[in-house]
Design a protein around this ligand. Structure first.
Ligand SMILES: [Zn+2]
Ligand SMILES: [Zn+2]
Length: 354
């Protein structure tokens, strides 16, 4: 257990977790995307075994569905890290040649996040277990809010997204239920409030464009719980907040990844965070600097980006913290706490669902 006197930054930790789990996603490792279907038909709309019926792929009024087909991984696995730029096979199938880099990026994160929200929350829990409970953690929201809280002030949140308006499916994913989709997020509390303020949804990209940050257009959601509920309404007719758990554990029916894999992901994230002064990452996707893609620094602050596209996408979030804004927010918060005491946090406190 190591204590870090500098606050952890939840946005940056989420970026690193998102990047490391996505590029190492075992279900899709080295697989290439070979088809995309968006048809309202009974069968998976691919050139696939026509006698095999997917149990969830039935017509439901008003529900759109999207399917992705991935090929088998090559037997001689390449050393290259999986990324949106090498998602397609060579030669590119004519049906996929129209996809823009932005669409490929959405598909890359969307497919790798499907059905993985419980695991993402468990990974964040594992990461926080490496720090003491009173470890200070800075939370920056997509609308420019900033506060510092303790790592302990969090709840794993369970939602049921009833009557989903859209189902995304890959050949490797099998939802047992059509009536709802279980979804897991993490809610954080300010030090001066007993109720959940900000929701972190690490796998919001499984909802495609709907799941991108509301304002930031980012890879995941970090926004006020009321805004987050509005977002869930875009995706399901009846999203229901089921529980808050102060000690999150993956549900029994979850496809649990090997513990070694979880530990390895968390170890890499922690090492990258500890090395932040010398090895920066992209402020949009969390990628490190490589020989092929050298990160470039924002001209007004210390944040780096893969390219102009990632800088542009991230600007709605970044503008709140660029040009000394973060330092101003930190100074204002320090002033706020002069003469005040944090609200005592009781993990056993029965959280009222709002
Ligand atoms: Zn990037
Ligand atoms: Zn900047």
């Amino acid at each position: 257990m190591s204590s870090d006197s500098q606050p952890l930054d939840l946005y940056d930790l989420a970026l690193l977790l998102n990047y490391e789990t996505t590029v190492e996603e075992p279900r899709f490792r080295h697989r290439k995307l070979i088809d995309v279907g968006r048809l309202h038909v009974e069968r998976f709309p691919f050139n696939f075994d026509p006698n095999y019926e997917f149990p969830v792929w039935r017509n439901v009024a008003g529900q759109s569905r999207r399917g992705y087909l991935y090929g088998y991984p090559p037997s001689n696995a390449p050393v290259e890290v999986d990324s949106p730029s090498n998602l397609l096979p060579t030669p590119v199938p004519p049906t996929l040649s129209h996809l823009s880099p932005r669409e490929l990026e959405t598909i890359f994160y969307e497919t790798r996040n499907i059905g993985r929200c419980d695991r993402a929350v468990a990974l964040l829990w594992l990461l926080f277990s490496k720090y003491p409970d009173d470890q200070l953690t800075r939370i920056r929201t997509s609308t420019g809010g900033m506060y510092t809280t303790t790592a302990r002030r969090r709840y794993g949140q369970h939602w049921k997204l009833k009557s989903p308006k859209q189902l995304n499916l890959t050949v490797r994913v099998d939802y047992r239920h059509q009536a709802f989709v279980d979804h897991y997020t993490v809610g954080f509390l300010r030090m001066d409030e007993p109720s959940i303020n900000v929701v972190l949804d690490l796998t919001s990209m499984q909802f495609g464009e709907t799941g991108r940050g509301r304002v930031s257009d980012g890879m995941f959601v970090l926004e006020h719980i009321e805004d987050y509920k509005k977002r869930l309404h875009q995706w399901a007719r009846e999203p229901e907040h089921v529980t808050n758990q102060s000690n999150f554990s993956m549900p029994n029916n979850a496809e649990k990844p090997p513990e070694e894999w979880m530990e390895a992901v968390v170890k890499r994230v922690k090492e990258r965070w500890d090395n932040r002064a010398v090895e920066p990452w992209c402020g949009h996707c969390g990628a490190p600097s490589t020989k092929r893609q050298k990160l470039r620094k924002c001209t007004r602050c210390e944040v780096y980006y893969c390219n102009q596209e990632h800088q542009r996408i991230n600007w709605n979030f970044h503008r709140h913290f660029c040009k000394g804004n973060l330092q101003r927010l930190i100074a204002a918060e320090t002033k706020y706490w002069v003469g005040r005491q944090p609200f005592p946090f009781n993990p056993a406190f029965e959280m009222r669902l709002i």
